[in-house]
Design a protein around this ligand. Structure first.
Ligand code: CU
Length: 195
């Protein structure tokens, strides 16, 4: 939570931090080229700049890569993920005020993302219909964090990296979820309410 007293100072630091974040992205891009062809277990750690509004820290968690421990009945790919093997953990389930910043860290070993979908009245998290491709319908998405060491949408939040987004959300209930194939059914969802 940001107090009025620290807000001004945080904003004054924002410019410098953004420059640093941009530099980190360039370094990671260079590292990706150097290590192309090798499995990338982690990427360089990075941190988000100062963020406005109510800040929610989100961790994306998995119990390991697509290896033998994740296999089910000899199946491979997303169908091998079992419920409970992945998780979205948020630092709070309720934010007061419509400006919400999501600071999302991938602490797992495979790529994830975070999508914000409004929850229909009376609907619980984790019950959306999953298509044959292992994903849910993102129609009506209120935002996404899926870039490594950068804000907003990208090609996925790589292991060890952080992404972020500041959203203006109408009051209501939302579901934060990872919509990579099979990750929703593996347990990657949680509720965030805006009051
Ligand atoms: Cu995921």
């Amino acid at each position: 939570m940001t107090t009025m007293g620290t807000r001004g100072r945080r904003w004054s630091l924002l410019g410098a931090v953004v420059v640093l974040a941009a530099g980190s992205t360039l370094l990671i891009g260079a590292a990706g080229g150097a290590f192309r062809g090798r499995p990338v277990a982690t990427t360089a750690a990075c941190s988000a700049p100062a963020l406005s509004g109510g800040v929610v820290d989100v961790s994306l968690i998995d119990m390991g890569g697509n290896g033998s421990m994740m296999m089910r009945g000899g199946q491979s790919g997303w169908r091998s993920w079992q419920p409970g093997m992945m998780r979205v953990a948020a630092s709070t389930g309720v934010v007061a005020g419509r400006t919400v910043s999501l600071r999302v860290s991938n602490v797992g070993v495979i790529t994830h993302e975070l999508v914000v979908l409004p929850l229909p009245a009376g609907q619980s998290v984790g019950v959306r219909q999953v298509g044959s491709d292992g994903t849910v319908d993102e129609t009506g998405s209120a935002g996404e964090v899926s870039a490594s060491c950068a804000p907003g949408a990208g090609d996925g939040l790589r292991p060890g990296s952080t992404g972020w987004a500041t959203l203006t959300l109408p009051a209501g209930r939302y579901e934060l979820l990872c919509n990579l194939p099979g990750h929703y059914t593996a347990g990657m969802y949680t509720e965030l309410d805006i009051t």
